[in-house]
Design a protein around this ligand. Structure first.
Ligand SMILES: [Zn+2]
Length: 117
């Protein structure tokens, strides 16, 4: 099995965000976590699910379902002189087909929503 240090660290920070929300908003359990992940964040969903499952035991997120929402990535196209959305790092521009795009976003990882009880 490959090392999942990156995803373990991510799971730990994700759980901190969830526990902070629980303390602030007073919910006791989380059923579903919707997590937005940019296409350039270099996260392996399966490793993240595994890390989350292991680390959430005994927390408010114990047994919660992790739903990963792929939000793509943004890049600047010189030829079109505009920002376009791509799904992977080396994608060509969806408008003009040039492959000299400069990535401008897509590394973000963000909790979109928590379904709580
Ligand atoms: Zn273009």
């Amino acid at each position: 099995m490959r090392l999942v240090v990156h995803e373990m660290a991510l799971s730990a920070s994700l759980l901190r965000v969830i526990e902070d929300s629980a303390a602030r908003e007073g919910f006791r359990a989380v059923r579903t976590v919707w997590l937005e992940i940019g296409a350039l964040a270099a996260v392996e969903p399966e490793a993240l699910r595994f890390g989350f499952e292991v680390l959430s035991r005994g927390t408010v997120a114990d047994g919660a379902t992790l739903r990963i929402v792929d939000v793509g990535a943004s890049a600047w196209c010189e030829a079109c002189a505009r920002t376009v959305t791509v799904s992977a790092r080396f994608d060509a521009c969806p408008l003009c087909g040039t492959d000299a795009l400069r990535p401008t976003g897509g590394r973000e990882i963000r909790v979109r929503e928590l379904e709580v009880t």
